[in-house]
Write a protein of this length. Structure first.
Length: 330
């Protein structure tokens, strides 16, 4: 009897040891279903499921279905949501504003050096996420930002002029200051409320997104698009440390490898993608896409760097922020 019980116990332990550890992860993002990021994340989820032989499945929740991105980041931090691919929320740590620092990059090559693998902003953002019990799996380059208006532009290329147009900006100081410096009246409004705010006339436009974002979420209220290159938009694929720890070592490695491949592919198509969406705003929606000269873009950049950068640096910590800028400009 004793030998029978021991054999059964050993067999049971062996069976348990051989069983695959499975995980069903929830992934949030901010765009509607069937947009570019939604399709790319669904392809990523399929790659992860294949690479882990079905051990890890990822369910995609588009259109901020699990909450505004700032709320989602907080919930990922405590393990209430597993994953997200979205902008960084600076509510938990003001230093995260460094990711959306205005006019930090001027070209796609500069953007990749700053935000791509081993870039100075990429590295520090990984550290800031880790302090919130979050692991960054990938950076997702989106576009250079612009300005969407539900009205005609006023002095679009002259930042020295006030235009009297009220625009929604994210609740991030750098965007508020940028809007003001470019002549607008900024109003911090959550992303989830932005469309209704334009539709009802609370504001007449948006700063904080780019051509793809305006086409995806504001197409019915975009009459004018100004490609002002206000900031370089990069999102981050993040996962709760608790959710990551629940995966065995092999599945963790497969997830990280798939995320690296996801990012690498995005860097090859992002610039062309931006041009495609700017053309769609004009050709499909009939929006006026304002042409800005290099001199006008430089005037905007110079003003923001002179007036906005010092204030944002104080907000994130002057010594800390300047150290990152020094890495970029060396």
């Amino acid at each position: 009897m004793k030998r029978f019980m021991t054999g059964t116990a050993v067999a049971a332990l062996m069976a348990l040891a051989g069983m695959a550890q499975t995980a069903d992860l929830k992934m949030s993002h901010v765009r509607p279903q069937d947009t570019t990021i939604d399709k790319e994340l669904r392809a990523f989820a399929a790659d992860v499921e294949a690479a882990t032989a079905g051990d890890v499945t990822i369910r995609i929740f588009p259109a901020s279905a699990l909450g505004d991105y700032t709320t989602v980041q907080e919930r990922v931090s405590v393990g209430a949501i597993d994953m997200a691919t979205q902008p960084a929320g600076a509510g938990a740590d003001r230093r995260m504003q460094i990711s959306s620092f205005p006019y930090l990059a001027n070209t796609w090559d500069e953007a990749r050096a700053i935000y791509g693998p081993d870039g100075p902003v990429r590295n520090v953002m990984a550290e800031l996420y880790q302090a919130q019990d979050i692991t960054m799996l990938a950076a997702y380059p989106v576009y250079f930002g612009g300005i969407s208006l539900n009205t005609e532009a006023v002095h679009p290329g002259d930042p020295s002029q006030k235009n009297g147009i009220k625009v929604r900006v994210p609740g991030i100081k750098s965007f508020q200051l940028t809007g003001e410096a470019l002549g607008y009246i900024p109003s911090p409004i959550p992303f989830s409320e932005a469309f209704t705010s334009i539709q009802t006339g609370v504001v007449d436009g948006v700063i904080g997104s780019g051509a793809e974002g305006y086409y995806a979420s504001f197409r019915d209220v975009t009459k004018t698009y100004i490609p002002a290159n206000t900031h370089f938009e990069v999102w981050y694929m993040i996962i709760s440390n608790a959710s990551l720890a629940d995966l065995d070592a092999e599945d963790q490695e497969a997830l990280k490898t798939a995320a690296a491949e996801f990012e690498a592919k995005r860097w090859t198509v992002a610039e062309e993608d931006q041009g495609t969406w700017e053309a769609k705003l004009a050709d499909e929606l009939g929006a006026e896409v304002v042409t800005l000269s290099d001199e006008q873009l430089k005037a905007m950049s110079d003003k923001i760097r002179a007036e906005v950068w010092p204030v944002v640096l104080e907000d994130v910590g002057a010594e800390w922020g300047q150290g990152i800028l020094d890495q970029i400009n060396k």
